[in-house]
Design a protein around this ligand. Structure first.
Ligand SMILES: Cc1cc2nc3c(=O)[nH]c(=O)nc-3n(C[C@H](O)[C@H](O)[C@H](O)COP(=O)(O)OP(=O)(O)OC[C@H]3O[C@@H](n4cnc5c(N)ncnc54)[C@H](O)[C@@H]3O)c2cc1C
Length: 653
């Protein structure tokens, strides 16, 4: 408090003139004259958090609990349910600020609060009850804890603890990171009838004006001017909420009664697995940005294994691995946004998110195989997959590698080529023909990469250089029965399920790469001058930005639809959409990056900007995981009938 007074004195000279011109007596009360504190994550600011939640509420209606939806539960004469709604909405804000995903159904928080505190249903919520609501609500914060501080007006009859704010300083309504303030004010009608207290969330405080979110209609901001009525003979100082100039006058009086300050005490640091599943997409994206800053300019910048080790503490390598296997258990919709964001940084980051090819191992029930998945989730393992051979790629069923059943396992023979990750992986998934004797009934095995008998060959790739590119051969390689994934002969099923998901995530990464190129392009054409003015005036340079921005957005909207289908387990329904997206998402991104590179002229052809590398990366992704041509054929096959596929691939009788 002393500090605050000293600071106020020091600044009073500077602010004197400004404050003197204020229309009320707010000068002495709760000045926001300090510089904003350093906000570690942008969303730790209550203003940012509440703005985000308002947007979410407007879009999906699931960010806040509305007072009106609880009002009917409150006893007659109990007033409204604003206190319970504001308390739950404050907890939702705290979740977001802490980096946890918001609760999609905040009404569950409200039900839980009411079941633990039935007195909330009586209305007229006391300060003690409100504090209890927040304290018990901590159970929904994944182990994080909050403190709650209560300060009331000197004339408040609601504060049993008698913690009143200072007559001279007034209430502290400043905004601070990791803090949510709930204000309660008493509403009194013109005839003197006291209607009760209303509870709102403080979103912002500037000069003498507060912006609050009212649980009655939380999408809209409400603004009030704080007016201090100084202490007179035997009446204490009082703080009123006035409507700002230009807004309709109201006849009732709003008098500030209590300020509840809820402070997030603990941080998401080394996350427990249950927190990993609950962290928000925004939190993960922020951590990726921080890690990218850390590695920028270093050789490790595009190394998937360096990334996996460094990011395990917040769960990135296990994001889409089930919780029971050591991962965060994220669904496809959420994971996909992280892939898109990773691709914005660098298409090599397509390999830093989630379990990647380790997810194919989830078809096994063998504890040792599932242990590999766990290693991947913890950032220690990395899995390569070898299907393509010198003579078969798109035609997966035509691979020549064989498996022969022997005592206790199988002996594998074959040669794989054009496979990524062999130089970094800890384990390798190998596809062979199965032992059923039916061509195309494939089998899948997993082996440690250092298994004697695996001969790895290196090739040099043009792009996606964060990973190695090469091949592997093996002759009579013994693999124990337990390392067969799924059953002998069901390899194509493993392949399709796994690659459908993987293609969708790769598309998202490609979309991110394209989007970032367009941002670079917009910046370039605004700043670069030719013939006396910015090159952005040449509208042909604006056209591709408009065109590809929309096309990429369209692709991403469709990708979300496909991700929802995957989350519902509808792989068959999603197949044509995902194959189409793998083709078109990559192709649009290629066009976007190409356009951006041209807008950079000579610089675009140099390594001073990364667009040339991204172009080469995308040329690789156009082939990897299914070529554009084959993906388009697959769309026709699944939308218009298998006859078209047969027409294309079956030799004429
Ligand atoms: C960067 C990169 C990473 C890769 N990583 C891996 C990996 O980790 N593991 C792995 O096993 N493989 C990997 N591959 C290999 C990749 O999966 C294959 O190259 C791809 O499936 C194509 O097979 P292919 O090279 O044999 O080409 P082919 O199948 O011989 O195709 C040659 C051309 O014919 C076209 N074509 C073929 N069939 C059809 C059809 N039915 N309709 C229309 N057009 C057709 C293709 O589009 C292509 O243009 C990777 C490739 C790249 C470039």
């Amino acid at each position: 408090m002393k500090m605050r007074i000293v600071r106020m004195v020091a600044l009073s000279l500077v602010l004197g003139l400004l404050l003197a011109s204020m229309p009320n007596g707010w000068q002495a009360v709760g000045q926001d004259v300090t510089k904003p504190q350093l906000v570690q994550h942008p969303w730790e600011s209550p203003s940012v958090a509440l703005s985000f939640l308002q947007k979410m509420q407007a879009q999906n209606g699931n960010a806040f609990v509305l007072q009106a939806e609880l009002d009917d539960m409150i006893a007659p004469n109990g007033g409204g349910a604003c206190a319970t709604a504001a308390g739950v909405d404050a907890l939702q804000t705290i979740r977001y600020m802490s980096g946890l995903e918001t609760t999609l159904n905040p009404y569950r928080l409200a039900c839980s609060a009411i079941s633990q505190q039935p007195e909330l249903l009586k209305g007229r919520v006391t300060n003690a009850s409100f504090v209890r609501l927040i304290k018990t609500g901590q159970a929904h914060l994944c182990g994080l804890t909050v403190d709650i501080d209560v300060h009331s007006a000197p004339n408040s009859v609601h504060d049993d603890a008698k913690r009143f704010w200072s007559e001279t300083d007034g209430p502290n309504v400043t905004i601070a990171p990791r803090q949510v303030k709930v204000l309660s004010y008493t509403v009194t009608e013109a005839n003197g009838t006291v209607l009760g207290r209303h509870f709102v969330l403080l979103k912002d405080f500037k000069k003498n004006e507060i912006t609050v979110i009212d649980p009655h209609s939380p999408v809209k901001d409400r603004r009030y001017i704080l007016e201090l009525k100084a202490k007179a003979a035997d009446t204490p100082s009082r703080v009123f909420l006035l409507n700002p100039a230009g807004t309709p006058l109201r006849t009732s009086t709003y008098e500030l009664n209590t300020v509840f300050t809820i402070t997030l005490v603990s941080k998401l640091a080394a996350l427990h697995p249950e927190q990993r599943s609950d962290v928000s997409v925004e939190y993960v994206k922020h951590q990726i940005a921080e890690t990218a800053k850390l590695l920028k300019g270093r050789k490790d910048y595009t190394s998937p294994t360096a990334w996996r080790e460094l990011t395990a503490h917040f769960g990135l390598p296990g994001l889409d691995i089930p919780i029971k296997n050591g991962g965060a258990g994220w669904n496809a919709v959420k994971t996909m946004e992280v892939f898109r964001y990773a691709g914005e940084h660098n298409l090599n980051f397509r390999d830093i998110v989630g379990g990647a090819h380790a997810r194919a191992l989830l078809h096994s029930t063998d504890p040792k195989v599932l242990e590999i998945v766990r290693q991947v989730a913890s950032g220690k393992g990395y899995v390569a997959i070898a299907i393509t051979e010198p003579t078969a790629g798109s035609d997966v069923a035509a691979i020549k590698a064989t498996a022969t059943k022997v005592d206790g396992g199988y002996r594998l023979t074959g040669t794989k080529k054009f496979n990524a990750r062999l130089g970094q992986a800890t384990h390798l998934i190998l596809f062979t023909q199965g032992t059923t004797g039916v061509p195309g009934k494939l089998s899948v095995f997993v082996v440690p990469i250092d298994t004697p008998g695996l001969k790895i060959e290196e090739l040099t790739a043009h792009g996606l250089t964060g990973n190695s590119f090469g091949g592997v051969s093996f002759t009579d390689l013994f693999v124990p029965e337990s390392q067969l994934i799924g059953t002998d002969g069901e390899g194509l099923r493993v392949f399709f399920n796994h690659f459908l998901y993987w293609r969708l995530m790769q598309t998202a990464a490609a979309i991110g790469t394209g989007q970032n190129a367009l941002k670079q392009m917009a910046d370039r054409i605004e700043k670069r001058e030719a013939f006396g003015a910015p090159i952005g005036r040449f509208t042909h340079l604006q056209q591709p930005i408009g065109q590809y921005t929309t096309q990429l957005n369209m692709a991403y909207a469709l990708a979300k639809e496909a991700a929802e289908m995957i989350d519902r387990g509808d792989y068959q329904g999603a197949r044509a959409i995902i194959c189409g997206l793998k083709a078109e998402g990559v192709e649009i991104s290629l066009l976007a990056v190409d356009a951006a590179m041209r807008a950079f002229g000579g610089e675009g052809y140099s390594t001073e900007v990364d667009l040339g590398d991204r172009l080469k990366d995308l040329l690789g992704l156009r082939i990897a995981d299914g070529t554009t041509d084959v993906m388009r054929m697959d769309v026709v096959r699944h939308v218009y009938g298998d006859k078209f596929w047969r027409m294309a691939v079956q030799p004429k009788e």
